[in-house]
Design a protein around this ligand. Structure first.
Ligand SMILES: NC(=O)c1ccc[n+]([C@@H]2O[C@H](COP(=O)([O-])OP(=O)(O)OC[C@H]3O[C@@H](n4cnc5c(N)ncnc54)[C@H](OP(=O)(O)O)[C@@H]3O)[C@@H](O)[C@H]2O)c1
Length: 301
């Protein structure tokens, strides 16, 4: 079994006893095309999940709106009863339209139903971490999160949720959230080419809150960059490995959930945690996003 050192080290979610491998796994790619319906190869999806935990990864990110319901049921089929220490993080706040669109689902009823859907489909009595997802498809939008977060805080006090996080939020929304309940993680879009959250990440790092970038590899259109390709060629690794290693080196509170349905890609992604990027390559990669803050970079080279 791979240990935590080879998985980028470990991160303890603040105020919890949950220590997770910094290299985690995002389960969204396990549903069918457009995150809808079952995958072509269910046995392959199950094999990927089992390889994830066999490698020592103890952090899986999911949602019941992947499929919908499909991804969580595959996780349950592959991994239930869950190993001690496995942290399954889910998210609520969205639903899928019949046309496969992604819609808000932030009413009290929708949030309560979503938590129960996650509990049932994952086969759990309590959810480890639930992210409240607000905002647009890619980025936060202004507005109070008090009403939906209060609903989740109530479910937490009833014991259905252990810890809460936020997804697609601004620093102001985090501050509002923290006035309502403890927040252990923020999940926003960020990668080597999309760096709007640079300052946010540094602020969260100083307070020990996990930052979990979604689309770490660019999402539905994986990253394409000459600088990434050149770095990968010089290190004799794959470009996506460089992109993940860059994130791990960016800040110690960054925890990764790259998504894949491929065993080959899974191995590549896991192995990227052992990659150490030299400073000159990091500098060239920093230029891709264009908003680098080298003074705040924390390197563990
Ligand atoms: N909070 C939110 O709003 C939100 C939004 C989106 C996603 N998420 C979460 O974030 C996780 C990660 O996001 P994501 O899966 O959408 O995007 P991602 O991790 O940035 O990229 C996934 C894409 O990259 C490909 N890929 C993965 N590893 C690769 C490799 N080594 N080489 C080449 N291609 C590779 C995958 O295809 P293959 O399957 O062919 O490998 C897939 O097309 C999701 O699983 C989900 O849990 C959250």
């Amino acid at each position: 079994m791979t240990n935590h050192i080879e998985l980028g080290g470990a991160f303890t979610l603040p105020g919890t006893s949950m220590t997770i491998s910094r290299m985690g796994y995002g389960a969204m790619q396990l549903a069918g095309p457009q995150v809808w319906g079952p995958p072509r190869d269910v046995d392959g999806a199950i094999a990927v999940l089992r390889a994830v935990v066999d490698a020592g990864v103890n952090h899986i990110d999911t949602s019941d709106f992947y499929g919908p319901h499909i991804t969580n049921r595959i996780i349950r089929r592959a991994l239930h009863p869950y190993r001690d220490g496995l942290v399954v993080v889910t998210k609520v706040g969205a639903r899928r339209g019949e046309d496969k669109s992604w819609l808000h689902a932030l009413s009290r009823r929708e949030l309560i139903d979503a938590v129960h859907d996650n509990l049932r489909n994952l086969g759990l009595d309590a959810l480890d971490v639930v992210n409240l997802r607000v905002g647009g498809m890619m980025a936060p939008s202004d507005g109070s999160i008090e009403e939906p977060l209060t609903v989740l805080a109530e479910l937490k006090s009833k014991g259905l949720i252990r810890h809460l996080g936020l997804s697609n939020v601004s620093p102001a929304q985090l501050a509002e959230g923290e006035s309502i309940t403890g927040i252990v993680c923020v999940q926003n879009m960020y990668n080597v080419a999309q760096r709007s959250d640079d300052h946010f990440i540094d602020g969260l790092a100083s307070r020990g809150i996990a930052y979990v970038p979604f689309f770490p590899l660019g999402g539905f259109t994986p990253l394409q960059s000459d600088a990434l390709d050149a770095a990968a060629a010089s290190l004799q690794v794959a470009p996506m490995q460089v992109a993940l290693a860059w994130l791990l080196q960016r800040s110690p509170n960054i925890v990764l959930i790259p998504g894949t349905s491929s065993m080959v890609h899974l191995r590549e992604n896991l192995n990227s945690a052992a990659l150490r990027l030299p400073a000159e390559i990091v500098a060239r990669l920093d230029a891709i996003g264009g908003t680098s803050h080298p003074e705040s970079r924390i390197s563990h080279l």
